[in-house]
Write a protein that binds this ligand. Sequence first.
Ligand code: NAD
Length: 249
Amino acid sequence: MGRLDGKVIVLSAAAQGIGRAAAIAFAKEGALVTATDINGEKLKELDGIPGIKTRVVDVYGHSVGKDQVDVLVEEHDYVDVLFNVAGFVHHGSILDCDEADWDFTMNVNVRSMYLMSKAFLPKMLAKKSGNIINMSSVASSIKGVVNRCVYSTSKAAVIGLTKSIAADFIEQGIRCNCICPETVDTPSLRARIQAQPDPEQAFKDFMARQKTGRMCTAEEVAYLCVYLASDKSAYVTGTEHIIDGGWRL
Ligand code: NAD
């Protein structure tokens, strides 16, 4: 018996990092997972894992993105859990963030969750049962972080969206939570370190702020995702779930 036996779960950004680890963990617990991502090549690595089917979906928020989301919704009679993972990290303060950076980040990080949640909610409401999990971050309304201006703004908006959905639909059997990790060792984190002028120093700087002496793993975040997706968390809604190795202490 798995903790998610028979649950239909759709998630975005499943080709790598936290989304991929969560897709695999959900399937291991017996869920029927639709793993989506914009990167079709990388997504193929999940093909063949029992319980996982893959779909290329761009949640960016253009009309193309919205069309793809609508197709995804039509493919499912119902969805028990929607996990909105897709996010982009812009590096810099407000002075480094031009309007295109602002719009792109807000669209990928927030508008995508608005589109996906709005599209899947009617089927959840029809079943009087649904569970939405959004990926936020400690860099948000929780903690001010250097050079994460628009990213933190977008992740604070995710917390607001989460609480709003939780409050509006609690009486209709819907719950909504978000996850707020700190530094998680994922391919995009490694790429961001490599993109710095001195990658070795940038890595040391990242490690210097880790109170546990290490980064969080994607699998550790996935364990929390399994809990939130499962009925064990049935009484949990409208809450930010911080997984930061004591970073705020
Ligand atoms: P990642 O950045 O390594 O991978 C992101 C995935 O999203 C990729 O597979 C990419 O192809 C996909 N993607 C990008 N744009 C997309 C789009 N428009 N439509 C669909 N898919 C798209 O992932 P990660 O580091 O595991 O981060 C996942 C989430 O967790 C993000 O929301 C991120 O902000 C959040 N987060 C990450 C960390 C961290 O340290 N890694 C910390 C806190 C929060």
